[in-house]
Structures are given as structure tokens and as C-alpha cells.
Design a protein around this ligand. Structure first.
Ligand code: ZN
Length: 140
């Protein structure tokens, strides 16, 4: 992947933790999975000691998050801040204190697994995403 950034600037941003070597930033973006080609949201999952992660964009309900965690799948908050999507790893504190659907502009999503269809979806709490995400709830 080519980058429009000068090499020295990209190296500096990577060294400071603002950019992953693959060009992934703290501001998540939608792209296609390299293996299965489904849309995923990619970004760094924290400010410090971050991992570059791919998550399924569909918001999970509480039961779906519990099922994902029991399977060993990591869950994340997908939040809209200052007009940008940001991915944050959910710790035990977020999982216990903020169940899916309880915060405005924050959806709970899971790490992308190729070939695994998300189940137990709920409507997005992010206004800009509501009309693009299909849920398990019928519209009537
Ligand atoms: Zn995939």
C-alpha cells in the first residue's frame, strides 16, 4: 500500500504510536477483509499499546456479546467522536458497566472472524449508522 505521507513523517507517526505500520490510524475506517472480502472497520484499539484490529461493523446485543466472549472473541466499543469512528477494546469495566445499547454514539462490536456471521444484532446508537446497519429486529 502506498502512502501519500513522506516516509520520514510516516516513520515519526509510527514511532509516536499514531499510525500503525500498515497505515492504520486511531480513526477507524471501513475497508474489505483481505481474506473474505466482507466490509470491516479497521483501526487502532487504544492510544497506548494499541493493536491494529478489524471489527465487524454490526452492533451486538447483550446476549450476542456474551456469546462472543464465551467463544474467546474480543469485543470493542465502536464510538463516534468528533465525526470520526474510534475503536476501543472493552475491558471488564465496560462490559459490566455499559451493556450494548446503553450509550449514545457507542456500539458494541466484535473482532472480525472470516466466515462467522454476526448474530443477535441490535439497532445502532450512532445516528449516522442507523440506516445502514441491518438488525435482527423486524421494522414493524
Ligand atoms: Zn474476513
Amino acid at each position: 500500500m502506498t502512502s501519500p505521507l513522506p516516509r520520514w513523517l510516516q516513520d515519526h507517526l509510527v514511532a509516536q504510536g499514531h499510525l500503525a505500520p500498515g497505515g492504520i490510524t486511531r480513526h477507524a475506517r471501513v475497508r474489505r477483509c483481505r481474506r473474505c472480502r466482507v466490509p470491516v472497520v479497521s483501526g487502532l484499539d487504544d492510544v497506548v499499546m494499541a493493536d491494529a484490529v478489524d471489527v465487524d461493523p454490526a452492533p451486538l446485543g447483550a446476549l450476542a456479546e456474551a456469546a462472543a466472549l464465551l467463544r474467546g472473541c474480543t469485543t470493542y466499543d465502536l464510538a463516534r467522536r468528533a465525526g470520526k469512528l474510534v475503536i476501543d477494546r472493552r475491558t471488564v469495566y465496560e462490559i459490566q458497566g455499559w451493556p450494548p445499547g446503553t450509550r449514545r454514539n457507542v456500539d458494541v462490536v466484535k473482532a472480525h472472524e472470516c466466515g462467522v456471521q454476526p448474530q443477535g444484532l441490535i439497532g445502532s446508537t450512532i445516528e449516522a449508522r442507523r440506516r445502514y446497519v441491518l438488525t435482527d429486529d423486524p421494522p414493524f
